[in-house]
Design a binder for this molecule. Structure first.
Ligand code: NAP
Ligand code: GDD
Length: 319
């Protein structure tokens, strides 16, 4: 039975990846950091089937001993300080977890068993102020936030360990992927939650920042399949994962409000507090390599994603 160790098990992607690997008969070990309150909301339904252990990307020793004890065949590094605005308020912490944390886990693998296959959760935020449209594996990076800068480090240290130590270290450059399990502060979930609250009469407006920003949004459940496929290849490489289409935040609002027969223009208020010091205006992927080499095909389209998220928030709030 293969064993997968997942950092960031309590996050959006960690929960979907755990479900996928369980369906493939993996033993799943999820790493969660210690906190004074339990953050198992996304994995409560899996707790009988996975092993959750304490560890922290700040702490080299905890990573080393977990890899020694559980002997994983695959390690998925999904843990990060992943919210872009927070990275301007806490840039050093973001660098320590999202950048240096990758080195810590790579070092743990190198010391314990360099044959372990490794996945690094890289990001389209690395393309930032894009130097090419659409963005593919060899598009140069121009990050626009401390988070993006940290992810560039994480990407290159992964490539470097692959080349320096011949480790099976892959980097998935994933474009934005969303779901009903997305954190409430990210724009898509903020909108779906806001729409549901307005529809149910719980609030009257939704305050957002830049409505013209464009993202290549897909469904998280589809994207974790690509992570797994990357680790099943003969040769470790980097892959861009995205839908190959882009939509503005405004369009997301239009569909989400329209789905419950409301007009977003009557409820959305633009608020300067949600603008960023430097913005990523246009992200659009070229996922040709993933589609041809990994055979990866997403199942959920943009409209379906938006309506799925609104429906889920309506259900949740009604309950
Ligand atoms: P998420 O929901 O924010 O989850 C992040 C996870 O990291 C949480 O489980 C969090 O634990 C954990 N974590 C944070 N700091 C940690 C630390 N010091 N030690 C151990 N664990 C720590 O993020 P996601 O959307 O699932 O994304 C997964 C990964 O993919 C992240 O690395 C993200 O940067 C990257 N990524 C995401 C997207 C996207 O669109 N979702 C796109 C490209 C790349 P707590 O629950 O305790 O906070
Ligand atoms: N969060 C947020 N809140 N974003 C807003 C708002 C708002 O009220 N109004 C407009 N936006 C715009 C932001 O300016 C940004 O351009 C876009 O919506 C998307 O913001 P987020 O949903 O916060 O995601 P992100 O693109 O910054 O980052 C996510 O995707 C990256 C991949 O490109 C995160 O998941 C990162 O961890 C991930 O790497």
């Amino acid at each position: 039975m293969p064993t997968a160790l997942i950092t960031g098990i309590t996050g959006q992607d960690g929960s979907y990846l755990a479900e996928l690997l369980l369906s493939k008969n993996y033993k799943v070990v999820g790493v969660a950091r210690r906190s004074s309150t339990v953050t198992n909301e996304r994995i409560n339904h899996l707790l009988d089937d996975i092993t959750v252990v304490q560890g922290d990307l700040h702490d080299q020793g905890s990573l080393l001993s977990l890899i020694e004890e559980y002997e994983p065949t695959e390690v998925y590094n999904l843990a990060a300080q992943s919210f872009v605005p927070t990275s301007w308020n806490q840039p050093a912490l973001t660098g320590d977890i999202t950048a240096i944390g990758v080195t810590r886990i790579l070092e743990a693998i190198r010391f314990v068993n360099p044959r372990i296959r490794f996945y690094q959760a890289s990001s389209s935020e690395m393309f930032g102020k894009v130097l090419e449209v659409p963005q593919k594996e060899d598009t140069p990076f121009y990050p626009r936030s401390p988070y993006g800068v940290a992810k560039v480090y994480g990407h290159w240290i992964t490539v470097n360990y692959r080349e320096s130590f011949n480790m099976f270290a892959t980097s998935g450059i994933l474009f934005n992927h969303e779901s009903p399990r997305r954190g409430l502060e990210f724009v898509t979930r903020k909108i779906s939650d806001g729409v549901a609250k307005i529809k149910l009469g719980l609030t009257k407006e939704l305050r957002l920042g830049n409505l013209e920003a464009q993202r290549d949004w897909g469904f998280a459940g589809d994207y974790v399949e690509a992570m797994w496929r990357m680790l099943q290849q003969d040769i470790p490489e980097s892959y861009v994962i995205g839908m190959g289409e882009t939509h503005a935040v405004r369009e997301f609002c239009e569909i989400a409000f329209g789905h419950v027969d409301l007009d977003y223009k009557e409820f959305v208020v633009q608020d300067e507090r949600f603008y960023r010091p430097a913005e990523v205006d246009l992200l659009i992927s070229d996922p040709t390599k993933a589609r041809t080499e990994l055979g990866w095909e997403p199942a959920v389209g943009f409209k379906e994603l938006v309506t799925m998220m609104v429906d889920a928030d309506l259900e949740r709030l009604k309950r």
